[in-house]
Design a protein around this ligand. Sequence first.
Ligand SMILES: Cc1ncc(COP(=O)(O)O)c(C=O)c1O
Length: 472
Amino acid sequence: MTLDPQDWTATRALAHRALNDMFDWLIAAPNRPVWEQMPAEKRAELRLPLPRTGTDLATLYDDFQRLVLPYGAGNEHPRFMGWVNGGGTAAGILAELLVAIFNPNCGGRDHAAIEVERQVIAWAAEAVGFPKQAGGVLITGSSMANMVALLVARRAALGPSVRAQGVDGAGLRAYCSQAAHGCIPRAMDMAGLGTDALRVIPFDARQRMDTAALRAAITADRAAGLRPFLVVGTAGSVDIGAFDDLAEIAAIATAENIWFHVDGAFGATASFSAKFRPLLAGIEKADSLAFDFHKWVQAPYDAGCVLVRDRALQLDTFAQSLAYLEKSTRGIAGNAPWPRDMGPDLSREFRALKVWMTLRAYGADGIGDMVEQCCDVAQHLAARIARENTLELLAPVALNIVCFRAATGAADLNALNQDIVADLQEAGIAAPSTTTIDGKLAIRAGIFNHRSTRADADALVDGALEMVRRRQ
Ligand SMILES: Cc1ncc(COP(=O)(O)O)c(C=O)c1O
């Protein structure tokens, strides 16, 4: 028995119909609400016992249209401004379609998909000023990319024995700023180092790491007999888009002989723009970098990336010899080293194609222009907020994230602003998210979608003001 259709013609027609429908859906995005909550009865319809027999694909497609498609998070929509979400592109769509049919396993071996990934890693290295021969691998996202880098840093600090003996009692200590993403402590936890071994360094008024405090913390740990091994600089903090002084941190890391890693999840995308690239000065000195193509570069989910300056060290951290995966100098088992030698995954999807197509379709300069357009929308939004009496900015806008709040006479402004965000989302007007700045709940609008315009920023402000009025 094969699982191939008995009638390829009908399957082909269905696939064409689905593609047409999905293009219509995407093109119509600005004309529908950003988000619609999934009704309870539709959720219930998805709860089925394990199907014992098959259902024809046309029925499944109808179920997708009815039960899934209308209830997405909305990140394709120009007024989706919450969290850090890319909007997707035509190049990404085409790549994912091709990958779905081509379906290679990108753990390794001698085939073209591995070469495409190597090219993408080389382009990433070039974009941020890493050496051509840097190591790197595509991975789910920056959470895992940061984790991979941390493991290489751990291997660098403790030598090969760490792979057999673990970190027991080594006294390793890592450093990051208060603005670092939560995946950094999580990586410390998952790597067996523990979150207590991460020193969280305070930041200044612009939410940049206080480098004097970093130096002092390293000195104090050394005096206590501990082993500083890693400092993480943030290039684009998730709350407000702040950039640590990477050049200064690089100098400290060199002087202290510790690993310098940069989390540039979305901020590293600024390297494509001549205007914003200076924010990243010093990134080229890092030992490793984590960032995503699925955020501001707009590649479809998921497409994280880790780069490691010393490729041999990355291989030393992950390569493993297994009888059934033995490499060869001939045949399909050739072409070592493989992506599986540079990260934790063995079976891997062909993530590289969507990145390869995205970078070729729009070019590094096209991505840079899009970055500048998003930042222009953010500045427009900030200027508009500054003109409104009932609104106040809560943080400087260095890049594409605007944090503000309604500051009325209400007794509990945090509750009011939380409600405004939920009101906007539920009305489908716009989808900002929230964060907390100096104890104040902020409405956070991140302009990551290449479709967002100044008019969308105005719609967010008009909507927020309307919600304030309704609640007065
Ligand atoms: C600065 C920063 N680091 C790391 C991450 C985690 O990335 P991912 O969601 O791709 O795992 C994010 C997510 O928004 C982020 O903004």
